[in-house]
Design a protein around this ligand. Structure first.
Ligand SMILES: NC(=O)C1=CN([C@@H]2O[C@H](COP(=O)(O)OP(=O)(O)OC[C@H]3O[C@@H](n4cnc5c(N)ncnc54)[C@H](O)[C@@H]3O)[C@@H](O)[C@H]2O)C=CC1
Ligand SMILES: O=C(O)CCC(=O)C(=O)O
Length: 391
Protein backbone atom coordinates (compact mmCIF):
# COMPACT_ATOMS: atom_id res chain seq x y z
CA UNK A 1 0.00 0.00 0.00
CA UNK A 2 1.39 3.42 -0.96
CA UNK A 3 0.51 6.44 1.15
CA UNK A 4 -0.04 9.79 -0.56
CA UNK A 5 -0.39 13.07 1.29
CA UNK A 6 -2.23 15.91 -0.43
CA UNK A 7 -1.21 19.43 0.66
CA UNK A 8 -3.82 21.20 -1.53
CA UNK A 9 -7.09 20.31 -3.19
CA UNK A 10 -6.21 17.92 -6.01
CA UNK A 11 -8.80 17.18 -8.68
CA UNK A 12 -10.68 13.96 -8.09
CA UNK A 13 -9.84 12.93 -11.67
CA UNK A 14 -6.18 12.80 -10.62
CA UNK A 15 -6.86 11.01 -7.34
CA UNK A 16 -8.90 8.39 -9.20
CA UNK A 17 -5.71 7.44 -11.06
CA UNK A 18 -4.42 6.03 -7.76
CA UNK A 19 -6.39 2.81 -7.21
CA UNK A 20 -7.85 2.52 -3.70
CA UNK A 21 -6.63 -1.06 -3.28
CA UNK A 22 -3.02 0.13 -3.61
CA UNK A 23 -3.13 3.79 -2.52
CA UNK A 24 -4.23 5.53 0.65
CA UNK A 25 -4.68 9.25 -0.03
CA UNK A 26 -5.27 11.81 2.73
CA UNK A 27 -4.37 15.30 3.87
CA UNK A 28 -3.04 13.93 7.18
CA UNK A 29 -1.18 10.65 6.91
CA UNK A 30 1.69 8.97 8.78
CA UNK A 31 4.94 8.42 6.84
CA UNK A 32 3.70 9.24 3.32
CA UNK A 33 5.52 7.79 0.31
CA UNK A 34 4.71 10.83 -1.83
CA UNK A 35 3.13 14.27 -1.68
CA UNK A 36 0.75 15.90 -4.14
CA UNK A 37 0.83 19.68 -3.96
CA UNK A 38 -0.28 22.80 -5.81
CA UNK A 39 0.76 26.13 -4.28
CA UNK A 40 1.34 25.14 -0.62
CA UNK A 41 4.71 26.50 0.52
CA UNK A 42 6.81 23.40 1.20
CA UNK A 43 9.80 25.53 2.20
CA UNK A 44 7.99 26.15 5.48
CA UNK A 45 7.18 22.55 6.40
CA UNK A 46 9.22 19.58 7.54
CA UNK A 47 9.43 17.07 4.71
CA UNK A 48 9.15 13.59 6.19
CA UNK A 49 12.15 11.29 5.43
CA UNK A 50 9.64 8.67 4.23
CA UNK A 51 8.83 10.80 1.17
CA UNK A 52 10.15 9.31 -2.07
CA UNK A 53 8.59 11.73 -4.56
CA UNK A 54 6.80 15.08 -4.77
CA UNK A 55 4.20 15.78 -7.45
CA UNK A 56 3.36 19.40 -8.26
CA UNK A 57 -0.05 19.51 -9.95
CA UNK A 58 0.95 22.56 -11.95
CA UNK A 59 3.96 24.21 -13.59
CA UNK A 60 5.94 26.36 -11.13
CA UNK A 61 8.01 24.55 -8.46
CA UNK A 62 9.30 27.60 -6.58
CA UNK A 63 7.14 26.53 -3.59
CA UNK A 64 9.15 23.29 -3.28
CA UNK A 65 12.73 23.02 -1.94
CA UNK A 66 13.91 21.30 -5.11
CA UNK A 67 17.67 21.53 -4.39
CA UNK A 68 17.19 20.01 -0.94
CA UNK A 69 15.10 17.21 -2.42
CA UNK A 70 17.82 16.51 -5.01
CA UNK A 71 20.34 16.08 -2.18
CA UNK A 72 17.94 13.59 -0.58
CA UNK A 73 17.50 11.72 -3.86
CA UNK A 74 13.83 12.69 -4.13
CA UNK A 75 12.42 13.54 -7.57
CA UNK A 76 10.07 16.49 -7.95
CA UNK A 77 7.54 16.09 -10.75
CA UNK A 78 5.37 18.76 -12.37
CA UNK A 79 2.75 18.87 -15.11
CA UNK A 80 4.30 20.76 -18.01
CA UNK A 81 1.76 22.43 -20.25
CA UNK A 82 -1.24 20.95 -18.44
CA UNK A 83 -2.57 24.36 -17.37
CA UNK A 84 -1.08 26.45 -20.20
CA UNK A 85 -4.33 27.08 -22.05
CA UNK A 86 -6.04 28.27 -18.85
CA UNK A 87 -3.25 30.79 -18.22
CA UNK A 88 -3.24 31.92 -21.86
CA UNK A 89 -6.97 32.70 -21.66
CA UNK A 90 -6.52 34.76 -18.49
CA UNK A 91 -3.65 36.69 -20.09
CA UNK A 92 -5.84 37.47 -23.10
CA UNK A 93 -8.57 38.63 -20.71
CA UNK A 94 -6.03 40.89 -19.01
CA UNK A 95 -5.01 42.42 -22.33
CA UNK A 96 -8.61 43.11 -23.32
CA UNK A 97 -9.63 44.40 -19.88
CA UNK A 98 -6.68 46.80 -19.91
CA UNK A 99 -7.10 47.99 -23.51
CA UNK A 100 -10.81 48.74 -23.08
CA UNK A 101 -10.60 50.14 -19.51
CA UNK A 102 -13.19 47.58 -18.46
CA UNK A 103 -12.47 47.48 -14.68
CA UNK A 104 -12.94 51.26 -14.40
CA UNK A 105 -16.07 51.08 -16.59
CA UNK A 106 -17.57 48.28 -14.48
CA UNK A 107 -16.87 50.30 -11.38
CA UNK A 108 -18.61 53.31 -12.95
CA UNK A 109 -21.66 51.17 -13.78
CA UNK A 110 -21.81 49.73 -10.25
CA UNK A 111 -22.06 53.25 -8.87
CA UNK A 112 -24.87 54.41 -11.21
CA UNK A 113 -28.17 55.29 -9.52
CA UNK A 114 -31.42 57.07 -10.23
CA UNK A 115 -34.20 55.90 -12.56
CA UNK A 116 -33.47 54.27 -15.93
CA UNK A 117 -33.68 57.60 -17.73
CA UNK A 118 -31.07 59.13 -15.40
CA UNK A 119 -28.90 56.05 -15.74
CA UNK A 120 -29.02 56.09 -19.55
CA UNK A 121 -28.05 59.76 -19.53
CA UNK A 122 -25.16 59.15 -17.13
CA UNK A 123 -24.00 56.24 -19.32
CA UNK A 124 -23.95 58.30 -22.50
CA UNK A 125 -22.29 61.26 -20.76
CA UNK A 126 -19.78 59.10 -18.87
CA UNK A 127 -18.63 56.58 -21.45
CA UNK A 128 -16.10 58.94 -23.03
CA UNK A 129 -13.92 58.48 -19.95
CA UNK A 130 -13.44 54.83 -20.87
CA UNK A 131 -12.45 55.06 -24.51
CA UNK A 132 -9.94 52.31 -25.14
CA UNK A 133 -7.85 51.01 -28.00
CA UNK A 134 -7.85 47.92 -30.20
CA UNK A 135 -5.22 45.18 -30.32
CA UNK A 136 -4.41 44.75 -34.03
CA UNK A 137 -0.99 46.25 -34.88
CA UNK A 138 -0.22 46.86 -31.18
CA UNK A 139 3.08 45.33 -30.09
CA UNK A 140 3.36 42.51 -27.56
CA UNK A 141 6.61 41.20 -26.12
CA UNK A 142 6.51 37.72 -24.59
CA UNK A 143 9.35 36.86 -22.22
CA UNK A 144 9.65 33.08 -21.81
CA UNK A 145 8.45 30.99 -24.73
CA UNK A 146 7.58 27.83 -22.85
CA UNK A 147 4.22 26.07 -22.71
CA UNK A 148 2.31 29.25 -21.80
CA UNK A 149 4.40 31.89 -23.59
CA UNK A 150 4.08 30.12 -26.94
CA UNK A 151 0.30 29.90 -26.61
CA UNK A 152 0.05 33.59 -25.64
CA UNK A 153 2.31 34.65 -28.52
CA UNK A 154 0.37 32.57 -31.07
CA UNK A 155 -3.02 33.81 -29.87
CA UNK A 156 -1.82 37.43 -30.00
CA UNK A 157 -0.62 36.93 -33.59
CA UNK A 158 -4.12 35.67 -34.44
CA UNK A 159 -5.56 38.85 -32.88
CA UNK A 160 -3.45 40.86 -35.32
CA UNK A 161 -0.77 41.94 -32.88
CA UNK A 162 2.89 42.47 -33.71
CA UNK A 163 4.55 39.90 -31.44
CA UNK A 164 8.17 39.61 -30.31
CA UNK A 165 9.49 36.83 -28.11
CA UNK A 166 12.59 36.25 -26.02
CA UNK A 167 13.75 32.96 -24.54
CA UNK A 168 17.43 31.99 -24.59
CA UNK A 169 16.66 28.37 -23.67
CA UNK A 170 13.58 27.59 -25.72
CA UNK A 171 13.02 23.87 -26.33
CA UNK A 172 12.93 22.47 -29.85
CA UNK A 173 9.40 21.25 -29.20
CA UNK A 174 8.22 24.74 -28.22
CA UNK A 175 10.02 26.23 -31.21
CA UNK A 176 8.00 23.86 -33.43
CA UNK A 177 4.76 25.16 -31.86
CA UNK A 178 5.59 28.85 -32.22
CA UNK A 179 3.85 30.80 -35.01
CA UNK A 180 6.47 31.82 -37.57
CA UNK A 181 5.12 35.37 -37.46
CA UNK A 182 6.49 35.81 -33.92
CA UNK A 183 9.73 37.77 -34.21
CA UNK A 184 12.80 37.01 -32.18
CA UNK A 185 14.00 39.72 -29.78
CA UNK A 186 17.75 39.75 -29.14
CA UNK A 187 17.52 40.49 -25.42
CA UNK A 188 15.01 41.49 -22.76
CA UNK A 189 15.89 45.16 -23.31
CA UNK A 190 15.44 44.77 -27.06
CA UNK A 191 12.02 43.17 -26.50
CA UNK A 192 10.92 45.77 -23.95
CA UNK A 193 11.86 48.69 -26.18
CA UNK A 194 9.71 47.25 -29.00
CA UNK A 195 6.64 46.51 -26.86
CA UNK A 196 3.52 48.26 -25.68
CA UNK A 197 2.28 45.08 -23.97
CA UNK A 198 4.72 42.80 -22.12
CA UNK A 199 3.74 39.40 -20.79
CA UNK A 200 6.14 37.40 -18.61
CA UNK A 201 6.04 33.61 -18.68
CA UNK A 202 9.26 32.59 -16.97
CA UNK A 203 9.77 30.57 -13.77
CA UNK A 204 10.74 32.44 -10.62
CA UNK A 205 14.53 32.07 -10.36
CA UNK A 206 17.30 34.33 -9.11
CA UNK A 207 17.79 35.37 -12.76
CA UNK A 208 14.13 36.33 -13.25
CA UNK A 209 13.46 38.09 -9.93
CA UNK A 210 12.79 41.76 -10.73
CA UNK A 211 13.09 41.08 -14.48
CA UNK A 212 10.68 43.96 -15.13
CA UNK A 213 12.15 46.88 -13.20
CA UNK A 214 12.18 50.70 -13.26
CA UNK A 215 14.84 50.88 -16.00
CA UNK A 216 12.97 48.50 -18.27
CA UNK A 217 9.63 50.25 -17.69
CA UNK A 218 11.27 53.41 -19.00
CA UNK A 219 12.19 51.60 -22.24
CA UNK A 220 8.59 50.60 -22.98
CA UNK A 221 6.33 52.17 -25.56
CA UNK A 222 3.60 54.60 -24.44
CA UNK A 223 0.32 53.34 -22.88
CA UNK A 224 2.24 50.29 -21.76
CA UNK A 225 0.58 47.29 -20.17
CA UNK A 226 2.48 44.72 -18.09
CA UNK A 227 0.91 41.29 -17.78
CA UNK A 228 2.25 39.12 -14.98
CA UNK A 229 0.60 35.75 -14.66
CA UNK A 230 3.90 34.05 -13.76
CA UNK A 231 5.01 35.02 -10.22
CA UNK A 232 4.73 38.28 -8.25
CA UNK A 233 8.48 38.66 -7.68
CA UNK A 234 9.29 38.71 -11.42
CA UNK A 235 7.98 42.27 -11.60
CA UNK A 236 9.27 45.05 -9.35
CA UNK A 237 5.93 46.10 -7.87
CA UNK A 238 7.16 49.42 -6.45
CA UNK A 239 8.49 50.47 -9.88
CA UNK A 240 5.20 49.48 -11.51
CA UNK A 241 3.13 51.45 -9.00
CA UNK A 242 5.35 54.48 -9.54
CA UNK A 243 4.94 54.24 -13.34
CA UNK A 244 1.15 53.75 -13.03
CA UNK A 245 0.83 56.75 -10.74
CA UNK A 246 3.03 58.87 -13.04
CA UNK A 247 0.78 57.88 -15.97
CA UNK A 248 3.70 56.43 -17.95
CA UNK A 249 2.23 52.92 -17.62
CA UNK A 250 -1.40 52.37 -18.62
CA UNK A 251 -2.13 49.19 -16.63
CA UNK A 252 -0.69 46.29 -14.66
CA UNK A 253 -2.63 43.05 -15.03
CA UNK A 254 -1.45 40.38 -12.63
CA UNK A 255 -2.45 37.27 -10.75
CA UNK A 256 -0.85 38.36 -7.49
CA UNK A 257 -2.73 40.94 -5.39
CA UNK A 258 -0.80 42.80 -2.69
CA UNK A 259 -1.22 45.79 -0.40
CA UNK A 260 0.96 47.92 -2.66
CA UNK A 261 -1.39 47.23 -5.59
CA UNK A 262 -4.68 47.32 -3.67
CA UNK A 263 -7.07 50.08 -4.69
CA UNK A 264 -4.95 51.29 -7.62
CA UNK A 265 -7.46 51.89 -10.43
CA UNK A 266 -4.90 50.88 -13.06
CA UNK A 267 -4.24 47.50 -11.49
CA UNK A 268 -6.24 44.49 -12.68
CA UNK A 269 -5.53 41.82 -10.10
CA UNK A 270 -6.92 38.30 -10.00
CA UNK A 271 -6.43 35.97 -7.01
CA UNK A 272 -3.88 33.52 -8.53
CA UNK A 273 -6.54 32.20 -10.91
CA UNK A 274 -4.27 31.34 -13.85
CA UNK A 275 -4.70 27.60 -13.50
CA UNK A 276 -8.13 27.69 -11.89
CA UNK A 277 -10.31 26.08 -14.50
CA UNK A 278 -11.84 22.65 -14.15
CA UNK A 279 -9.98 21.56 -17.26
CA UNK A 280 -6.55 22.71 -16.05
CA UNK A 281 -7.04 21.30 -12.56
CA UNK A 282 -8.05 17.93 -14.00
CA UNK A 283 -5.20 17.88 -16.57
CA UNK A 284 -2.55 18.74 -13.97
CA UNK A 285 -3.81 16.25 -11.39
CA UNK A 286 -4.10 13.40 -13.89
CA UNK A 287 -0.65 14.05 -15.37
CA UNK A 288 1.13 14.27 -12.05
CA UNK A 289 -0.74 11.36 -10.43
CA UNK A 290 0.21 9.12 -13.38
CA UNK A 291 3.85 10.19 -13.06
CA UNK A 292 3.93 9.56 -9.29
CA UNK A 293 2.32 6.14 -9.78
CA UNK A 294 4.80 5.20 -12.52
CA UNK A 295 7.65 6.21 -10.22
CA UNK A 296 6.39 4.45 -7.10
CA UNK A 297 5.34 1.24 -8.85
CA UNK A 298 7.97 0.92 -11.60
CA UNK A 299 10.67 3.49 -10.79
CA UNK A 300 10.17 5.37 -14.08
CA UNK A 301 10.80 9.13 -14.16
CA UNK A 302 8.79 11.34 -16.50
CA UNK A 303 8.56 15.14 -16.29
CA UNK A 304 10.73 15.66 -13.26
CA UNK A 305 12.29 19.08 -12.71
CA UNK A 306 15.39 17.71 -10.99
CA UNK A 307 15.82 14.15 -12.31
CA UNK A 308 16.67 12.88 -15.79
CA UNK A 309 13.92 11.31 -17.86
CA UNK A 310 14.26 7.55 -17.22
CA UNK A 311 11.78 5.07 -18.60
CA UNK A 312 12.52 1.35 -18.78
CA UNK A 313 9.87 -1.33 -19.34
CA UNK A 314 9.81 -3.71 -16.39
CA UNK A 315 9.75 -7.33 -17.51
CA UNK A 316 7.38 -9.64 -15.59
CA UNK A 317 9.29 -11.53 -12.94
CA UNK A 318 12.14 -9.00 -12.70
CA UNK A 319 13.07 -7.31 -9.46
CA UNK A 320 14.03 -3.67 -9.95
CA UNK A 321 16.61 -1.64 -8.09
CA UNK A 322 16.13 2.13 -8.33
CA UNK A 323 19.27 3.98 -7.34
CA UNK A 324 19.78 7.73 -7.11
CA UNK A 325 23.44 8.67 -7.02
CA UNK A 326 25.88 11.49 -7.55
CA UNK A 327 26.79 11.93 -11.20
CA UNK A 328 30.45 10.90 -10.78
CA UNK A 329 32.60 8.16 -12.38
CA UNK A 330 32.41 4.47 -11.42
CA UNK A 331 28.98 4.49 -9.74
CA UNK A 332 27.47 1.95 -12.14
CA UNK A 333 30.69 -0.09 -11.85
CA UNK A 334 30.36 -0.28 -8.06
CA UNK A 335 26.65 -1.08 -8.22
CA UNK A 336 27.05 -3.91 -10.75
CA UNK A 337 30.07 -5.27 -8.83
CA UNK A 338 27.97 -5.45 -5.66
CA UNK A 339 25.27 -7.38 -7.54
CA UNK A 340 27.78 -9.75 -9.20
CA UNK A 341 29.47 -10.42 -5.85
CA UNK A 342 26.10 -11.54 -4.52
CA UNK A 343 25.52 -13.77 -7.55
CA UNK A 344 22.68 -11.62 -8.91
CA UNK A 345 22.26 -11.54 -12.69
CA UNK A 346 21.32 -8.25 -14.38
CA UNK A 347 18.63 -8.58 -17.06
CA UNK A 348 18.34 -4.88 -17.95
CA UNK A 349 19.93 -1.60 -16.93
CA UNK A 350 19.36 2.11 -17.55
CA UNK A 351 21.60 4.91 -16.34
CA UNK A 352 20.69 8.54 -16.99
CA UNK A 353 22.07 11.75 -15.60
CA UNK A 354 21.08 15.38 -15.26
CA UNK A 355 23.44 17.89 -13.69
CA UNK A 356 24.77 16.47 -10.42
CA UNK A 357 22.22 13.65 -10.25
CA UNK A 358 22.32 10.23 -11.89
CA UNK A 359 19.52 7.69 -11.78
CA UNK A 360 20.08 4.01 -12.37
CA UNK A 361 17.47 1.31 -12.87
CA UNK A 362 18.79 -2.23 -12.63
CA UNK A 363 16.55 -5.23 -13.30
CA UNK A 364 17.63 -8.50 -11.75
CA UNK A 365 16.09 -11.89 -12.47
CA UNK A 366 15.96 -12.97 -8.80
CA UNK A 367 14.84 -11.46 -5.51
CA UNK A 368 17.28 -8.88 -4.07
CA UNK A 369 18.11 -9.50 -0.41
CA UNK A 370 17.82 -6.48 1.90
CA UNK A 371 21.53 -6.87 2.73
CA UNK A 372 22.45 -6.24 -0.93
CA UNK A 373 20.27 -3.12 -1.08
CA UNK A 374 22.01 -1.92 2.08
CA UNK A 375 25.45 -2.65 0.60
CA UNK A 376 24.58 -0.52 -2.43
CA UNK A 377 23.10 2.23 -0.24
CA UNK A 378 26.45 2.37 1.61
CA UNK A 379 28.44 3.13 -1.57
CA UNK A 380 29.77 6.67 -1.35
CA UNK A 381 27.69 8.96 -3.59
CA UNK A 382 24.53 6.85 -3.44
CA UNK A 383 21.66 9.10 -2.28
CA UNK A 384 18.71 6.70 -2.28
CA UNK A 385 17.99 3.05 -3.04
CA UNK A 386 14.66 1.37 -3.52
CA UNK A 387 13.81 -2.23 -4.39
CA UNK A 388 10.64 -2.92 -6.37
CA UNK A 389 9.82 -6.60 -5.85
CA UNK A 390 8.89 -8.81 -8.81
CA UNK A 391 5.19 -8.76 -9.73
N1 LIG B 1 -0.78 32.12 -12.56
C1 LIG B 1 -0.82 30.81 -12.53
O1 LIG B 1 -1.72 30.20 -11.99
C2 LIG B 1 0.26 30.04 -13.22
C3 LIG B 1 1.54 30.53 -13.26
N2 LIG B 1 2.52 29.81 -13.89
C4 LIG B 1 3.87 30.38 -13.90
O2 LIG B 1 4.29 30.50 -15.24
C5 LIG B 1 5.61 30.01 -15.37
C6 LIG B 1 5.83 29.50 -16.78
O3 LIG B 1 5.01 28.36 -17.00
P1 LIG B 1 5.20 27.44 -18.29
O4 LIG B 1 5.16 28.25 -19.52
O5 LIG B 1 4.25 26.32 -18.13
O6 LIG B 1 6.69 26.92 -18.04
P2 LIG B 1 7.76 26.40 -19.10
O7 LIG B 1 8.82 25.73 -18.32
O8 LIG B 1 7.08 25.62 -20.17
O9 LIG B 1 8.33 27.73 -19.77
C7 LIG B 1 9.19 28.63 -19.13
C8 LIG B 1 10.10 29.20 -20.19
O10 LIG B 1 10.81 30.29 -19.61
C9 LIG B 1 12.10 30.29 -20.20
N3 LIG B 1 13.02 31.10 -19.40
C10 LIG B 1 13.61 30.78 -18.22
N4 LIG B 1 14.36 31.81 -17.81
C11 LIG B 1 14.25 32.79 -18.74
C12 LIG B 1 14.79 34.10 -18.85
N5 LIG B 1 15.62 34.60 -17.92
N6 LIG B 1 14.46 34.83 -19.94
C13 LIG B 1 13.63 34.34 -20.89
N7 LIG B 1 13.10 33.10 -20.82
C14 LIG B 1 13.40 32.35 -19.75
C15 LIG B 1 12.48 28.82 -20.29
O11 LIG B 1 13.52 28.60 -21.23
C16 LIG B 1 11.15 28.20 -20.70
O12 LIG B 1 11.06 28.07 -22.11
C17 LIG B 1 5.71 28.93 -14.28
O13 LIG B 1 7.05 28.71 -13.89
C18 LIG B 1 4.87 29.48 -13.17
O14 LIG B 1 5.65 30.28 -12.31
C19 LIG B 1 2.27 28.63 -14.52
C20 LIG B 1 1.00 28.11 -14.51
C21 LIG B 1 -0.09 28.74 -13.80
O1 LIG C 1 -2.34 25.26 -8.73
C1 LIG C 1 -2.55 26.46 -8.91
O2 LIG C 1 -3.68 26.97 -8.88
C2 LIG C 1 -1.37 27.37 -9.21
C3 LIG C 1 -0.85 27.14 -10.58
C4 LIG C 1 0.51 27.70 -10.76
O3 LIG C 1 0.83 28.76 -10.28
C5 LIG C 1 1.47 26.92 -11.51
O4 LIG C 1 1.08 25.90 -12.12
O5 LIG C 1 2.65 27.30 -11.54
Amino acid sequence: MFKIQTLNNISVFGLERLPRERYEVATEIQNPDAVLVRSADMHKIEINPSIKAIGRAGAGTNNIPVAKMSQRGVPVFNAPGANANAVKELVLSGMLLAARNIPQALDFVKKLDGDDHAMHKAVEDGKKKFVGFELPRRSLGVIGLGAIGVKVANAAVELGMDVHGFDPAMTVNNAWQLDSRVKQALSVDDLVSKSQFISVHVPLLDATRGLINADRLKLMKKQGVILNFARAEIVDEAAVVEALNAGTLHAYACDFPSNALKGNPRVIATPHLGASTGEAEDNCAVMVADQIRDFLEVGNVRNSVNFPEAVLALAPGATRLCIVNANVPNMVGQITTALAKNNLNISDLLNKSRGDIAYTLVDVDAAIPESVAQEIAAIQGVLAVRVIPAK
